[in-house]
Design a protein around this ligand. Sequence first.
Ligand SMILES: [Ca+2]
Ligand SMILES: [Ca+2]
Length: 197
Amino acid sequence: MRRAILFSLITIIWLAFLSIGECQCRYVEELVPYIPSPQSVHLKLHESDGTSYVNVSIRFSDGGFGVSDWGETRRDGNEIWVNSEIWEWTGPSIQIMITVSNTYNLGRLEGGDYTFTFMCWNYQVKTLDFTVAAVDVPTIDLDNNGFIDIVDLAIAARACGSRHGSMNWNPIADVNEDGIVNVEDLTQISFHFGETW
Ligand SMILES: [Ca+2]
Ligand SMILES: [Ca+2]
């Protein structure tokens, strides 16, 4: 009888111990990997001086989230992607909506259709399809030798300020075909300086 009571007591203590353990696990405070919903992620493309950028902004419901790594841009053909690492703090956090953002420089893309994919922990979160207008490089290779260099700039400089009928008018120097050779044409040539195709 005494042995049965002792056994029962040990069992009760052991179950109580397990119960406390489970309780502690349930309320453990730690950082865990988190994948945002597509609805909370906004992708926006913008171009500047021929370079394409994608801005990614993520809206979090409270202050318990953080991005430890936005990831590097990767490219395979016309597919571009980034793989980020985002965490959630399971403990208490500031109850305020937070938006974080990062801008990825995609470089100078050739004309064509592209897809940008924002990934998190190797999971595809959201994609953005966009088109880059083709740049007609040969039109700024004024001497048509296969690369843009100081000679092309010199040809445009000699015609600078001229219009149709001017003594120094040179139609090939009017890169943007607006009827005048000026700093805009020189700027376009300078922008592609050093390029070959
Ligand atoms: Ca040239
Ligand atoms: Ca022009």
